[in-house]
Design a protein around this ligand. Structure first.
Ligand code: ZN
Length: 413
């Protein structure tokens, strides 16, 4: 199925309302849409242009603002790598919308008012901390606003306050597991932790399994970004059969990341988001650069019927193109994590040698790697990529630990 069949009346109405809102509040943005008449069908909708990250960056700080500055109550900022960030100025209505969707996310992750949630993303310009704060407030849970860093102290809080839910950027549990190992801290024995809600970075399915095992928890993958109004655009439910996107607030499409052509359900491509209820920074056909696919639109075992997308496979910008093969770091990661003796930290280095691209994979290991394991890993990677890569096993702690997003690829070409 394609979105042609699913753009229902209430979504159409919300899209028209959003465009009307842009028309009223921002002539620059409205003109970019080239909008002439009301949207009556998906065909009409397809005439609207895409909005890109580059446009939002160039529009810093307020070129796309669709509200009177006096009605803005909060601003959040993208954690992107470019010098100029993307701002999302929020109205009171936006904060309410955020609260609503984050509350839902927690609910569908099985979190209740009796849970104690330790929130480790920062409470600052990055949206993570506040997002969880609003969600917890919505469902009446007990929030521990720990913020990032101080990992030994985080473990202490988890234990002493009998925390049941951990919220984090998806690479942070790895850091906690690492520190716990050093400290001889057993999550199962010392904490009451049941669930982890992680997002903001790509984490493979096999890495997920490892985290669940090490921490004795069930994990949920939450999506959303500064541009869409922060974390909480969707989450996977207990069935873990894809990520529910709150489609009364967001209309999503999947397009070819190169050509922009619409993809059918089940086909992989770039996630494009249109916001249906946002005010400060409404998005029309926003190219997120996240690669995923639509898994289902039918009723889920949890009782919800929303569009469900696959877990994010990678960011388009992180795609490695080499020797005619395109792949994402998460694909390599999912193979590495199948080996118990391999640790979580790895780095892919691409260099040009004698006019040819060479890939070296630096892998931290817990224990000595036997020749047999090394051969098996080599074979699996060769089967996947169709060319040989150099693997360098290094001891634990070899790669630099960063507090923000992990650097998985170093392209020296
Ligand atoms: Zn479900």
């Amino acid at each position: 199925m394609s979105p042609i069949n699913i753009l229902n009346n209430s979504t159409l109405e919300a899209i028209n309302k959003t465009i009307w809102h842009i028309k009223k509040s921002n002539s620059y943005y409205f003109e970019l849409l080239g909008y002439t008449k009301e949207i009556h069908s998906y065909d009409d909708f397809l005439k609207l242009p895409f909005l890109t990250k580059e446009q939002l960056i160039q529009g810093y700080p307020y070129a796309f603002l669709c509200a009177d500055i006096n009605n803005i109550v909060r601003v959040h900022m993208s954690s992107g790598t470019t010098a100029t960030p993307i701002l999302n100025p929020m109205t009171k209505g936006d904060v309410e919308q955020w609260k609503e969707i984050m509350g839902r996310c927690l609910l569908y992750a099985g979190v209740t008012g009796n849970d104690i949630i330790q929130v480790t993303p920062s409470f600052g310009m990055f949206n993570g901390g506040f997002g969880f704060h609003y969600g917890a407030e919505k469902i009446g849970a007990y929030l521990v606003p720990a913020g990032p860093g101080r990992s030994i102290f985080q473990l202490k809080l988890l234990e002493d306050l009998e925390v049941t839910v951990l919220a984090a950027i998806s690479s942070y549990p790895l850091r906690l597991i690492e520190i716990a190992k050093e400290e001889g801290f057993d999550f199962k024995k010392r904490t009451k932790l049941k669930k982890g809600i992680f997002g903001a970075e790509v984490w493979s399915e096999s890495l997920r399994k490892r985290i669940e095992k090490e921490m004795s928890i069930e994990t949920y993958d939450i999506v959303g970004m500064t541009e869409t109004g922060g974390v909480g655009m969707g989450i996977d439910c207990f069935d873990h059969s894809g990520i529910h996107v709150w489609d009364d607030h967001y209309f999503i499409e999947i397009v070819d990341a190169e050509t922009g052509e619409i993809k059918e359900d089940g086909e992989e491509g770039e996630l494009v988001v249109t916001t249906l209820t946002r005010e400060g920074l409404p998005l029309i056909r926003y190219r997120t650069k996240d690669i995923t696919k639509i898994i289902s639109r039918s009723k889920c075992k949890c009782g919800l019927q929303t569009v469900k997308i696959d877990r994010i496979k990678g960011r388009y910008d992180d795609m490695i193109k080499i020797k005619g093969v395109n792949f994402y770091p998460s694909t390599i990661e999912s193979i590495l994590m199948e080996f118990d003796d391999i640790w979580y930290e790895y780095q892919i280095i691409i260099e040009k040698k004698k006019e040819k691209s060479e890939v070296t994979l630096i892998v931290e290991v817990k224990n000595h790697i036997t020749e047999e394991i090394a051969d098996k890993l080599n074979t699996m990677l060769y089967d996947l990529l169709g060319f040989k890569i150099n693997i360098k096993f290094v001891p634990l702690g070899f790669l630099e630990r960063t507090s923000g997003k992990s650097k998985r690829v170093v392209d020296k070409r």
